[in-house]
Design a protein around this ligand. Structure first.
Ligand code: ITT
Length: 197
């Protein structure tokens, strides 16, 4: 079965392929298509946005599509940046800009006031009556400055609970084992192994 990964985020695509590690499926990405529609993420939750992305790509390309909507919720900031994580410092913000803004907003908050979590909602859209959805959450806290260069996004400032290193300092196998995306896509894998399309 051919499945399109409905994402343009290279970090995510790499992790999704690693986690699913399924020979049964041929994964296609935006690089396999000449035309790729822009999806406006107008949803109010990770789930709504993941459905929007998977649905739009599936209908446009006439293939099952797998989307991930994810982000970082910081308690001291009332759950921000949440669904706005990728554009926290502006529409075309780079990861470094988002990190700088977040560290600035957190200012002098102490370690135990810097609790946060990554969330991920994975959606496989086959057609309107066949939509699969799974979720994952990874708890932790925000470091006082960036460390490490693995991963993407906020990984250099996110320290998962039970570790004293940031996600960006941990090997990718460890990240995938404990991350929000690892949990969501392993659950998706269980569903994919059972379904008949
Ligand atoms: P697509 O919509 O094309 O998939 P995106 O990066 O815009 O790519 P999202 O709207 O889901 O995707 O935003 C997710 C953002 O949340 C991402 O850009 C990071 O800033 C952050 N994020 C999500 N998962 C992360 C992870 O595993 N490590 C670090 N940051 C992460």
């Amino acid at each position: 079965m051919r499945v399109v990964i409905a994402s343009k985020n290279e970090g995510k695509i790499r992790e999704i392929k690693d986690i699913l590690n399924l020979n049964l499926f041929e994964f296609l990405t935006y690089k396999d298509f000449e035309k790729w529609p822009e999806v406006e993420e107008t949803g109010k939750s990770f789930e709504e946005n993941a459905i929007l992305k998977a649905q739009k790509l599936a209908k446009y390309l006439k293939l099952p599509a797998l989307a991930d909507d994810s982000g970082l919720e910081v308690d001291a900031l009332g759950g921000e940046p949440g669904i706005y994580s990728s554009r926290y410092a502006g529409e075309r913000a780079k990861d470094e800009d988002n990190i700088l803004k977040l560290l600035k907003e957190l200012g002098e908050f102490s370690l135990d006031e810097r609790t946060a979590r990554f969330k991920c909602c994975a959606v496989l859209f086959i057609h309107e009556d066949k939509i699969f959805k799974t979720e994952g959450v990874c708890e932790g806290h925000i470091a006082d400055k960036p460390h490490g260069s693995n991963g993407f996004g906020y990984d250099p400032i996110f320290v998962p609970s039970g570790y004293n290193k940031t996600m960006a300092e941990l090997p990718i196998e460890v990240k995938n084992k404990i991350s929000h995306r690892g949990q969501a896509f392993r659950r998706m894998k269980e569903l994919l192994e059972k379904i008949e399309v």
